[in-house]
Structures are given as structure tokens and as C-alpha cells.
Design a protein around this ligand. Structure first.
Ligand code: VG1
Ligand code: CO
Length: 544
């Protein structure tokens, strides 16, 4: 077999963002673009670090072509074994599970997560390391530096590889091992949750669930777990056939995009639990009957009830949340007398804490929740946490949340996204905020006094790596917070995220809508950042 050495010029735009390299499909379709990036990743690994690699993706448009390119480049680079999800499919949490289970050195995840798919949509590639988690910033930086100077890549000159037949096949020095994408992950879930009790409740219909896979990767996983293993009816699944363009919809599990699911839950006869996951299966939205649980509250409630779940009954070593995530989890950690870490946005920052056994659970406000069972956030795992808690507590999602607020206080929370603004306006807005930061402490806005304002910087407690400029935060005397960050996952212009949080322990305010409770803070945020002036926007595009 021939190995071709292809001479190329570096692509200047291969800098990964919050979660891998994400671009419009057309960018990835340029000749040599993907192969060059894959070669840069392989150049950054030592021979021992690229002996066994996993490949799988969320099945979006370009997934099959990308799969072939990655395999052929890996074969040309003498990777000894490639473990591939059948048809090139693996949810992000399943990829993490498989890297860990088979002691692989890492893996390629083909996904742009919650971003739209199809020929005009987005594609992405992420590299995870041997712990099953997203590569740390230092590795990604080395890959990026390589992309700026790379001048050739290697590719096997062969026909397409069969990735649809389960089993092993040798190609040159590489063994191609095609595996079932679902069973290892489903087996792992069985070790963590009380499947027999959940099965009892689902089959005798004392609990009902409706899960929206949003035409994305979780469909087959949800069918195996909820229907085959837990006895829920097939009607418990919505949009469970993965489609390359996600049915033309936006596979982002929030009430705006999972509109039909939300409608069915906001109904007095609706199911007990409603849930949705994103394109690659790592996010989750939790709904109860006529009730929405914010992701930050969901994390806190799972932590407070973790002792009811078999996999966590021995207690939690500690917990962590990304900086913009609400501090509901901090209050639970305090009560449990366990540490609570605050990390920058992005799952990669939880990896060291999980590996060092400092934390057991962690999460982000962006519909991400997870634990030490893998090194990615995990949508179906979060749904199983709630199912397990519901069976033990015998209360509704709403009752459990209201009781949680009574016991711990409530963190009103909302994220306002201003999507697709020009990069120039976004940068000007952030620069202006930066210059005013030192002058803010002590000032009063709408009756609220600023206690502290800074740009968040994080030093990893395990390897001391420092990450600065991770989001502007303004903390008020009463414990409220306003945070501003620019998204690192978009592919068009810039997205400004404004995170609003206000805490109350006063019983008479507990059931206020978050819109009402956060309205004054929202005005203050708009004022301090001069959002209208810099962006010309009078309101956000998406509120979650
Ligand atoms: C967003 C979220 C962040 C999450 C990241 C990847 O990043 O805010 O919390 O970790 O997406 O999630 P950003 O930089 O756009 O705010 V996923 O499900 O897109 O891999
Ligand atoms: Co995702």
C-alpha cells in the first residue's frame, strides 16, 4: 500500500476554542484542511501516545467523510489500533467511556455539539487524551503552534475503510476495530444507577418520562437504556432517529429549541420527567411537569441527593462548577462539608480535579452535568440521576426543587446571549469593560453596591497551570453576580454571554419568576457594559 506525503501550506485559522476546532462545514471541506489538522494533532503526540486511538462522532453532515480522512491519516502515521464506533458514531460521553475502558491513548470526537448541522451548518473536531477528557490547554496550544508551521501530512492511498461491520481488520500496520457504540456506555450506566427499581416504576407507570433526542446522537443510546433496559414505552422517545442535519433544527436542549417537548411538559397531564440532549449527547435539560429546572439548580439538587444513587452512596469527595454557573452547588457543598472548586468555562478544566479524586460531581450552567464516571459531561447520565432520585423520593420534580430552595435558598439565574454580533463590537465592549473594572468597587448601580470586579483567572490546583481572561465578573454586596464572556464555540461573528445571578433565602420570594427577580440586575448589566451602545441590540437573541 502506498503512503502519500502531501506538501501543504499551513492554514492560519486552526486555533481550537472552548471545545475543539469548530468551523462551517465548507471550511472543513476545503482540500487538505481536516487532514492537516489531524496531522498536527498526531505530530504533537509521541509514538507511544498514538498507539491506540478511538474515533467517533455525532453523525452530523460530513461525519462519514471526516471519518475516512482521519482513519487514513492515522494509518499512514502508524497508529497501531483504531477503535471506531460502528458507522463512525459515538456520543461524546460514550467516546470518553470507551477511551477509558479500553485504555486508549486518546480519541478524535467529530462534533460541533449543539451547533446546527447540514451542509450549511457547522462541523468540529476535538481531541481527548488518555483520561477520556478534552485535551488540556497546554496540549491544544502545542497543536495550534504546529498548525502554523506544518508543511506536510501523510495519508494512506487506499479505498474507503469498512466502518459498518463490527470486528477487527488489519490495514497495513493498523488494526481497525469497529465496535458497537452503545453497549459499553449502557453497561457503565447500569453500574451507577438502580436499574431494577427504575424499571419497576417505569413499567408500572408510577413514573413517566419523555426524552427528546433532538434528531441527534442520543436516540440509539436512549432507546437501549430507557426502552430496552428500563422498560419505558417507545413513546417515551422523541426525535430518536439521528439525522445528518438534525431535521433542520438546532440540537440545543433548552426550552426555545426543544419547543415540542416543553409544550408537552407544561401541561397538567404531562409526563413526570422531561429531558433533552444536544447534538453529541453531553448536555441535558431537565423538566418536570409544568416546571423547568435550571442546569445550575439541577447540579445542586443532584449533589444534595447523590447519596440516594447507588454509584454515589459513599458520598462525594468534592464538587466543582464553572465560574459563571450559579453558586447553588456551593451552598450544598458547605452543608456537606466538602470542597467546591470554581473553574473556567469548558469541561477540560475539571479533568485534573477528577483525576486527582478531589471532586466527584461537576457541572456548568450551559446544560452540562457530570461525574467521575467519565471525563465529559453526560446528558443521559443526568437524566438517570433524576430518574433515580424520583424513584427514591417519590415526589415530583417541582416538589423536590421547591424543597431544595427552602432548605438551601434559591439562586435566581439566567443567561442572556447576544448572538452573531460583529467581533469588532464584541471586542470593543469587552475592552471598555476591562478599563472600567478597577473603578467599579464601591460604586452603586440601581441601589446595589459593587463589592468586587475582576477578570477571572484560574490556577489549576493540581498542575498549577494558569488560565487568565476567563470572564469579567462583577460581584455585588448582596451576593448577586453579573458575568460577561465571549463564546468560544461559535463559527460566525461573536456571541456575548451575560450571566445574571441573585440569591435569596427569604421564603416569600422563593417562587418569584426568575425574570421578575433578575429584571433589575439585567438593567444594571446592560448599563455597565453599554450593550446597546456597542452592539445596537435592545434585547438578547436567546435567554436560558
Ligand atoms: C459553551 C458553554 C460551555 C461548554 C461549551 C462546550 O462554550 O458555554 O459551558 O463547555 O459550550 O459545550 P462557549 O465558549 O460558547 O460559552 V458543547 O456541549 O458545545 O461541547
Ligand atoms: Co455537546
Amino acid at each position: 500500500m502506498n503512503i502519500k506525503n502531501i506538501d501543504i501550506k499551513p492554514f492560519p485559522d486552526q486555533k481550537p476554542g472552548t471545545s475543539g476546532l469548530r468551523k462551517k462545514v465548507a471550511v472543513f471541506q476545503q482540500p487538505h484542511y481536516l487532514a492537516t489538522f489531524v496531522q498536527s494533532i498526531l505530530n504533537t503526540l509521541t509514538p507511544a501516545e498514538k498507539s491506540k486511538l478511538v474515533i467517533g462522532g455525532d453523525g452530523r453532515f460530513f461525519n462519514p467523510d471526516a471519518l475516512q480522512i482521519i482513519c487514513k491519516v492515522a494509518i499512514a502515521n502508524n497508529v497501531k489500533e483504531l477503535i471506531i464506533g460502528q458507522h463512525g458514531l459515538l456520543s461524546t460521553p460514550a467516546a470518553s467511556c470507551i477511551i477509558r475502558k479500553y485504555n486508549a491513548n486518546g480519541g478524535f470526537i467529530l462534533s460541533a455539539s449543539h451547533n446546527p448541522g447540514g451542509p450549511l451548518g457547522d462541523f468540529g473536531l476535538k481531541f481527548n487524551t488518555a483520561n477520556g477528557g478534552p485535551a488540556p490547554e497546554s496540549f491544544t496550544q502545542n497543536v495550534y503552534e504546529n498548525t502554523l508551521k506544518i508543511n506536510q501530512y501523510f495519508i494512506a492511498d487506499i479505498g474507503d475503510i469498512d466502518c459498518s461491520t463490527i470486528g477487527n481488520q488489519p490495514i497495513k500496520n493498523t488494526t481497525i476495530n469497529v465496535i458497537d457504540p452503545v453497549s459499553d456506555y449502557a453497561n457503565l450506566m447500569e453500574t451507577l444507577f438502580d436499574f431494577s427499581t427504575i424499571r419497576e416504576h417505569l413499567t408500572n407507570k408510577s413514573i413517566s418520562i419523555l426524552f427528546d433526542a433532538m434528531h441527534a446522537i442520543t436516540g440509539p443510546y436512549a432507546r437501549e437504556i430507557f426502552v430496552n433496559r428500563l422498560g419505558a414505552p417507545e413513546s417515551a422517545l422523541m426525535n430518536a432517529e439521528p439525522k445528518a442535519d438534525f431535521g433542520g433544527e438546532h440540537p440545543d436542549p433548552n426550552m426555545a429549541h426543544a419547543e415540542k417537548l416543553t409544550k408537552q411538559l407544561f401541561n397538567k397531564d404531562g409526563p413526570d420527567l422531561g429531558a433533552a440532549s444536544d447534538g453529541d449527547g453531553d448536555r441535558n435539560m431537565i423538566l418536570g411537569r409544568e416546571f423547568y429546572v435550571t442546569p445550575s439548580d439541577s447540579l445542586a439538587i443532584i449533589a444534595a441527593n447523590a447519596h440516594l444513587i447507588p454509584g454515589y452512596k459513599l458520598g462525594l469527595a468534592g464538587v466543582a462548577r464553572s465560574m459563571p454557573t450559579s453558586r447553588a452547588i456551593d451552598v450544598v457543598a458547605k452543608q456537606l462539608k466538602i470542597p467546591c472548586y470554581e473553574t473556567p468555562t469548558g469541561w477540560k478544566y475539571f479533568g485534573n480535579l477528577l483525576d486527582a479524586k478531589k471532586i466527584t460531581l461537576c457541572g456548568e450552567e450551559s446544560f452540562g452535568t457530570g461525574s467521575n464516571h467519565i471525563r465529559e459531561k453526560d446528558g443521559l447520565w443526568a437524566v438517570l440521576c433524576w430518574l433515580n432520585i424520583l424513584t427514591v423520593r417519590n415526589q415530583s420534580v417541582k416538589q423536590i426543587t421547591l424543597e431544595h430552595w427552602k432548605a438551601y435558598g434559591r439562586h435566581y439565574y439566567s443567561r442572556h446571549d447576544y448572538e452573531n454580533i460583529s467581533s469588532e463590537s464584541a471586542n470593543n465592549l469587552v475592552n471598555q469593560l476591562e478599563t472600567t473594572l478597577p473603578t467599579l468597587a464601591g460604586k452603586t448601580f440601581g441601589g446595589m453596591i459593587v463589592k468586587h470586579a475582576d477578570n477571572f483567572s484560574y490556577t489549576d490546583p493540581i498542575d498549577n497551570a494558569t488560565s487568565s481572561n476567563q470572564g469579567i465578573r462583577i460581584l455585588f454586596e448582596d451576593g448577586s453576580r453579573v458575568i460577561f464572556r465571549l463564546s468560544g464555540t461559535g463559527t460566525e461573528g461573536a456571541t456575548l454571554r451575560v450571566y445574571l445571578e441573585k440569591y435569596t433565602t427569604d421564603d416569600c420570594f422563593l417562587e418569584l419568576s426568575s425574570n421578575e427577580a433578575l429584571a433589575p440586575l439585567s438593567l444594571i448589566a446592560r448599563d455597565i457594559a453599554q450593550i446597546l451602545y456597542f452592539t445596537d441590540r435592545t434585547c438578547p437573541t436567546v435567554i436560558t
